[in-house]
Design a protein around this ligand. Structure first.
Ligand code: FPP
Ligand code: MG
Length: 328
């Protein structure tokens, strides 16, 4: 298990239960794909989504840890499935420093392996008294797919608006964060106002998280990230630092970055990526993106205060502090 939760021992133990639920699920896979999927699910990240379910599940009187572990496992399995598919779409050979499922078994088997994880996630949603509303899960999943479709259809189009970018990341990342925060408090059958507040907290956290992730693709360290920096640019995916930089360049009356990108084809050459990374940084794109991430964070923190629950406030606040320091 990741060291990320060392300062929250109880939560860490609950997350270990999430890990074993997921591993037991994967253990039922076909012999050929089982070791590959096990390796994928064991190369755990921070398990942010199940942690959000577990944290917000404390917003009520019922003792529901077992259900929160199960619901957290559902959301993590959906996330893991989406990463398997995402790596196929991106032709990515590495994730978290390890070979991707796609790199190991190719696209055909990887599609099916991702589908398998999704099928098992759906199985875990059902059959219990306290569960997940399938309409809410379906809405988040649909948004995830729509955003990826939109991003893929627009691949190579670097001149998108900030609005288009924000809509995409709302679907591909914030939707699952919102689902996570909502699902925990929904298990408590908390009043709808509280459920909506948690949904919004998750949404803002997800937006801040994805913007920060996109910033790291411009300003992170390849060795720490376990994948190449500049990968989004190379694949023709415009993210916020680039959008701000292009905007600034236009205001300055320049066109070097814009011309560089318009005269290139996807995948971009290494040299072009390097030139573009330098220009984005010098036009202040990275810095402006960090400011927007910060404003989502502030919105989430102000909503977290409104929950008026010291433990949840502390845990979510600590989570933000740790995430702000991340370089991975
Ligand atoms: C990673 O983001 C990708 C996602 C958060 C979503 C991917 C969603 C799909 C492929 C839709 C299919 C969904 C399911 C449930 C099967 P990123 O590409 O910005 O980050 P990365 O750098 O980690 O790849
Ligand atoms: Mg990707």
């Amino acid at each position: 298990m990741t060291d990320f939760w060392n300062d929250e021992q109880e939560l860490k133990e609950q997350l270990l239960h999430v890990s074993s639920t997921i591993e037991n699920t994967v253990a039922t896979a076909h012999g050929f794909i089982r070791p590959i999927l096990l390796d994928h699910v064991q190369s755990v990240g921070k398990m942010l989504r199940p942690a959000l379910v577990l944290i917000t599940s404390a917003l009520g009187e019922h003792s529901i840890t077992e259900d929160a572990v199960r619901v957290g496992s559902v959301i993590e399995l959906i996330h893991l499935a989406s990463l398997v598919h995402d790596d196929i779409i991106d032709s990515a050979s590495k994730r978290r420093g390890k070979s991707t499922v796609y790199a190991k078994v190719g696209a055909k088997q990887a599609v099916l392996a991702g589908d398998f994880l999704l099928a098992k996630a759906l199985l875990l949603t059902s059959g219990k008294e306290r569960g997940m509303d399938s309409r809410v899960v379906s809405a988040a999943l649909s948004r995830l797919c729509e955003s990826e479709l939109d991003q893929d259809a627009g691949q190579g189009d670097f001149l998108i608006s900030r609005h288009t970018y924000l809509r995409r990341i709302a679907g591909k990342t914030a939707s699952l964060f919102a689902l996570s925060c909502y699902s925990g408090v929904a298990l408590q059958e908390a009043p709808p106002v509280k459920q909506m507040l948690c949904h919004r907290i998750g949404y803002c956290m997800g937006m801040a998280f994805q913007i920060q992730d996109d910033v790291l693709d411009y300003a992170g360290s390849s060795s720490k990230l376990g994948k190449q920096t500049g990968n989004d640019l190379k694949c023709g995916i415009p993210t916020l630092p680039l959008i701000y930089a292009l905007d600034q360049e236009q205001r300055n009356g320049g066109a070097e970055l814009r011309d560089l990108l318009l005269s290139s084809t996807v995948p971009l050459k290494e040299k072009t990526v390097k030139q573009a990374l330098v220009l984005v940084e010098s036009l202040g794109g990275v810095q402006k993106a960090e400011i927007l991430a910060e404003s989502y964070k502030m919105r989430a923190l102000s909503d977290i205060k409104r929950l008026a629950h010291p433990q949840v406030e502390r845990q979510l606040g600590n989570l933000f502090t740790k995430l702000s320091k991340r370089s991975v």
